[in-house]
Design a protein around this ligand. Structure first.
Ligand code: 26W
Length: 817
């Protein structure tokens, strides 16, 4: 008997079909006959929302009336992915929906496809935030996600006829969006600019302009918890008022400028991940959503109170700072407490430091945001004063802790000199209770290197929470076949809310019949993906080849270049006659990656991949042995299709550079094997699934450090390895650029002279491990056995476990009663 714990359907198919008809008629004003799939999508979404409404309202009431501390997850990005199927899953309406839609005369896939993906994030950090709010709701923890409703999400990626990335705007709100509820009655005023004056012994901020932050509320339904939390994304609106003084001076255009500019604040998501641009608009965005969120939390938790006792604020809510982007919240809460509520400095500081915690998501020093004090001073003059004061207090505190003057200098929150800079990560450590990295190795490196001085003096603040991913979206929704097989194997579907139960599959890895079923699931998923790729991209993929994927942002440290060089070397093996096409294990290599629009090397790498794909796929000599595809516009939807169909996953960053990775977890949970370095969460995945079930290669963090110290010369590797030399030479000689030797010259020059991420040094071990990979793949039963062992041992990488770790180590709260 299989135990089913999934939410039970509240209505029959016929009833749900009636609800859709009602929505179509009374909200949208169309008959079923007139309706398009997009109409049905909107109607069905509205109908599901109604089913969630009671739980949503009750959750909000319980949150305010109960005494369980809430979590406020402050994040500039929430990369949610499509909403409908997830909401159906949580409300137990999946089957009713599928059947009702068919009854109404529609194809359910057309209806689901009508949903536009809200792509309000760049990559890992934004998707993690989305997984975390899913887990918070599923665990019944009272929580708000707070962020920005950007009008334009991450750009849409296309490739031109040269294979170059072209960015086009992603106006996801062009069509009706049934999930967000715009709540004009709960807006907040956010001020900017102006000056600060001394008045009655107090510092008083006189802002120059303001925007109206209007909340757009999204339901975050928990899975089998009966709870529905809120994701509150702020949208910027202008105020209907203008500066009469300026206006009377007959300078109309300047008088209305603030109104015109105001709405720009939430217009666009910055497409940079890792290299902050220090742009004024970005700081405006950060302050905008953080200020609105802090005031919102006070409104929610002290309803109707003019003089709330905010010394209890840290008992009501704990704010998690998702990277440095919301760190301006620290001086903002100080300002609110001191200027708006009259608390003294020490009380305000005590409240503030007990309210905030900070998660760092990077190891790249250039990704830690630093703002010019001049810029903060112009936009937020009162905050800049407070930051200087925090800096002074902090330096005083430090001199009580150490006599090491140089150390104290290094730890300044505001640097000295002509153009002082505010280091947001330092401000976050000083102004919060806890700091965490996102994988064991990353947290260790933060303590040893990036934030060493801080960890020396404030060791107790530092902790680790290894990332995780939601099994609801990334197993159940993305991979229904595997989900059914897991439920069959375990005799229960409880694993969806307790992923460690996957461990129960481990004995089944010794049962050849079960392993064969598991292999059939993979095979069927590959056929599905091939069909999808044909339909969406016009690609012809052969599901009888190994599907080998590398999907992630394009960044030098992630080393897509290592993959492409190895691929070219394999291509050359066949061309040279060193290997016959028949001897090669047939592989389909699939890349998905966006590059920051201004990141020259990354964009050139995209162009190279596309051109290698063009040459390889059109070469009859390698036909059947090797093909390369680069589906454009990689997003959550594509990930959900590709991950379940992948045999081999690439996690090949230079050791010590990838903070965690979360794609690696999604792949392992979907029965792909990983080829990877000892970096980020790869280390923990390998530990759990077993070294014999993971393809490890490359230098370790220590070896990388030693080689840097010794002096790294990439040219020597080029000279020493004829396969590497030939691969690079083929790029130089124009094989992939119609004979043009200049196109990829900057990449080649970089590899041969700098190669900061040591792609060349790891080339040999990376290509050597391919023999093991291919040998194993030639014995399918053994391959799939190992893949199943990966699934069985990856339950730890559920975001439910991550959230439980946050609750216990950082937030000190738990589920509502
Ligand atoms: C423009 C400034 C900036 C700087 C850093 C924008 C975005 C970032 C992010 C921190 C980049 C990011 O997404 N980091 C990724 O976070 C994931 C979730 O913790 C990790 O799994 C990835 O390893 C890390 O690269």
């Amino acid at each position: 008997m299989t135990e089913i714990t999934a939410p039970k359907s509240p209505v029959t198919t016929a009833e749900f079909a009636d609800e859709i008809r009602e929505q179509l008629k009374y909200t949208q004003g169309v008959t079923v006959e007139q309706a398009t799939p997009a109409d049905v999508y909107v109607a069905a979404s509205a109908a599901v929302r109604r089913h969630l409404m009671d739980s949503w309202m009750k959750t909000q009431q319980d949150m305010v009336n109960g005494n369980t501390k809430a979590v406020g997850y402050l994040s500039a990005e929430f990369l949610m992915g499509k909403q409908l199927r997830n909401a159906l899953l949580s409300s137990g309406l999946t089957q009713q929906f599928d059947e009702a839609v068919e009854q109404l005369g529609f194809n359910y896939q057309d209806v689901v496809d009508a949903e536009y993906e809200p792509a309000l994030g760049n990559g890992g950090l934004g998707r993690l935030a989305a997984c975390f709010i899913d887990s918070l709701a599923s665990l019944g923890v009272p929580a708000f996600g707070y962020g920005i409703q950007y009008k334009y999400g991450i750009f849409k990626q296309e490739f031109d006829d040269q294979g170059r990335q072209v960015e086009t705007p992603e106006y996801w709100l062009a069509n009706e969006e049934p999930w967000g509820h715009v709540d004009y009655n709960r807006s907040q005023r956010v001020n900017f600019g102006g000056y600060v004056a001394d008045e009655d012994g107090k510092r008083v901020w006189h802002p120059a302009w303001a925007v109206r932050a209007v909340p757009v509320d999204y339901m975050v339904p928990g899975y089998a918890s009966g709870r529905v939390n809120t994701l509150r994304l702020w949208s910027a609106k202008s105020y209907d008022e203008f500066d009469l003084l300026t206006f009377n001076k007959s300078d109309y255009l300047n008088a209305v400028r603030p109104q015109v500019d105001a709405e720009n604040i939430s217009k666009i998501l910055y497409p940079e991940d890792s290299t902050p641009q220090g742009k004024s608009l970005r700081l405006q965005q950060q302050y905008f959503f953080v200020s609105a969120s802090i005031h919102d939390a006070i409104r929610v938790f002290y309803p109707g109170q003019d003089k709330p006792d905010l010394t209890t604020f840290p008992d009501k809510i704990t704010f998690q700072l998702n990277d440095t982007h919301p760190v301006i919240g620290i001086p903002e809460l100080m300002r609110v407490l001191i200027d708006e509520y009259g608390y003294d400095w020490d009380t305000a500081w005590d409240i503030t430091t007990r309210t905030f915690n900070y998660t760092c998501h990077t190891l790249l020093p250039e990704a830690l945001e630093v703002w010019p004090a001049r810029l903060i001073g112009e936009l937020l003059p009162r905050h800049m004063e407070i930051i200087y004061q925090i800096n002074d207090h902090f330096l005083a505190e430090l001199s009580g802790k150490t006599r090491d003057k140089e150390k104290i200098e290094r730890m300044r929150i505001v640097t000295q000199g002509d153009d002082p800079q505010v280091r947001m990560a330092y401000l976050a450590v000083a102004g919060g209770s806890h700091v965490n990295g996102v994988a064991e190795l990353h947290s260790q490196l933060l303590k040893d290197i990036t934030l060493k001085d801080f960890s020396d003096l404030y060791g107790e603040k530092f902790t680790n929470v290894t990332n995780g991913v939601t099994p609801r979206r990334f197993i159940k929704l993305a991979n229904p076949r595997l989900s059914d097989l897991i439920t069959e194997g375990l005799g229960t579907d409880k694993w969806l809310s307790d992923l460690e139960l996957l461990k129960g599959l481990e004995p089944l890895a010794q049962d050849d019949e079960f392993v064969k079923k598991f292999a059939e699931v993979k095979r069927a998923n590959k056929v599905d993906f091939a069909n999808y790729a044909k339909r969406e991209y016009g690609f012809e993929m052969n599901p009888d080849t190994m599907f080998n994927s590398m999907i992630k942002r394009l960044h030098e440290y992630k080393r897509q270049s290592l993959k492409i060089l190895a691929l070219i070397a394999r291509y050359a093996d066949i061309k040279n006659g060193n290997m016959s096409a028949d001897d090669v294990l047939p592989r389909t290599v699939i890349f998905g990656a966006k590059s920051a629009p201004g990141y020259y090397m990354a964009k050139l790498t995209i162009q190279l991949i596309n051109n290698v794909a063009r040459v390889v796929n059109n070469d009859p000599d390698v036909k059947g042995a090797l093909s390369v595809y680069f589906p454009w516009n990689y997003n959550v939807r594509l990930a959900q299709h590709l991950i379940p169909a992948t045999d081999l996953d690439e996690q090949i960053s230079q050791a010590g550079k990838e903070a965690s990775g979360t794609g690696n977890m999604k792949f392992a949970l979907n029965g792909a094997l990983t080829v990877g370095t000892l970096d980020g969460a790869n280390v923990e995945i390998r530990e759990r699934v077993g070294a014999e079930n993971f393809f490890l290669f490359g230098m370790t963090v220590d070896e990388v450090e030693d080689l840097y110290a010794k002096g790294y010369g990439p040219a020597a590797y080029y000279e020493a390895d004829p396969r590497l030399k030939q691969a690079i030479d083929m790029i130089s000689d124009g094989t992939f650029s119609n004979g043009d030797r200049n196109t990829f010259a900057p990449l080649v020059a970089d590899w041969l002279t700098k190669d900061y991420f040591m792609t060349l040094a790891d080339f040999h071990s990376y290509t050597a491990i391919q023999a093991d990979i291919e040998a194993l793949y030639r014995t399918p039963l053994e391959w799939h056995r190992k893949a199943l062992i990966n699934v069985a041992n990856s339950g730890y990488f559920s975001s439910d476990r991550s959230i439980e770790d946050y609750l216990e180590r950082i937030w000190m709260t738990g589920p509502m009663d």
